[in-house]
Design a protein around this ligand. Structure first.
Ligand SMILES: [Zn+2]
Length: 243
């Protein structure tokens, strides 16, 4: 059964109903991300756009067996609330939303679900809930963060900073330059000393380091690393569908 698109929201109920009934549509990818500061130059949508871009590629790789739900684009970002614009959910709220999205899919007969994460702060709280979610849902539930695609050797080889994912630094800026360059807003200004107030000293130091590392970003690196992550995710999704 053909789909109109691998994005769930672009399909009609007729297409989804028939694809599930025919047994061709067997899995869903649930992208989870954030709306939060990404240093001085990257749009707040970064994690959401990156993970959605990859989820879409992965689903296209197994077409027409998987559908991608809308990204959950507000995550657990309390640690970035020093920066105006960041939105955050409490861990229990966020994980409950993820659960209910998965449960909606289950109720429609989709028994294989891959949650793909694009924001570091979501990782541990979701990981901690996985066993419980699997028991309650009774579906095959996979969870990963897309940067798990990279070995330490790859990171060392690809990135001058050697840091992945970092935050709004070389890696994420490269990804944006490759996939959605409209989200990158370099102005040539220096780091805004005195204007940015970050309560935790370690985070303040990281922020300066990430600001500097972002200057090493390039679209070429971003393309190569996106390609690797897309292949890795498609393999993982294929395995979830076919096992
Ligand atoms: Zn990010």
């Amino acid at each position: 059964m053909e789909l109109i698109s691998v994005l769930l929201e672009e399909n009609t109920r007729r297409v989804i109903r028939r694809a599930i009934a025919a047994g061709s549509l067997r899995a869903a990818v649930v992208p989870v991300a954030s709306t939060e500061q990404h240093n001085e130059h990257l749009a707040m949508s970064h994690d959401t756009r990156a993970v959605l871009w990859l989820a879409r590629k992965a689903a296209e790789g197994v077409y027409p067996k998987a559908i991608v739900t809308p990204a959950i684009h507000i995550g657990i970002s309390e640690h970035w609330m020093d920066h105006p614009g960041t939105l955050t959910l409490a861990p229990e709220t966020f994980t409950q939303v993820v659960y209910e999205v998965c449960d909606s899919l289950r109720r429609h007969g989709i028994g294989r679900i891959m949650i793909v994460n694009g924001h570091g702060g979501n990782r541990r709280p979701l990981q901690a809930k996985l066993t419980e979610f699997r028991e309650r849902l009774g579906v095959r539930l996979d969870f990963c963060s897309y940067w798990e695609a990279y070995s330490p050797e790859t990171v060392k080889q690809m990135l001058v900073s050697g840091e992945c994912p970092g935050h709004g630094a070389e890696f994420e800026t490269s990804v944006a330059l490759a996939a959605f360059p409209d989200a990158v807003h370099f102005t040539g200004e220096q780091y805004p000393e005195g204007e940015v107030r970050i309560c935790a000293p370690a985070r303040a130091a990281d922020d300066r380091r990430f600001f500097a590392a972002a200057q090493q970003a390039s679209a070429g690196k971003g393309r190569a690393m996106l390609e690797m992550a897309a292949e890795w995710l498609a393999r993982r999704l294929r395995w979830l569908i076919e096992e």
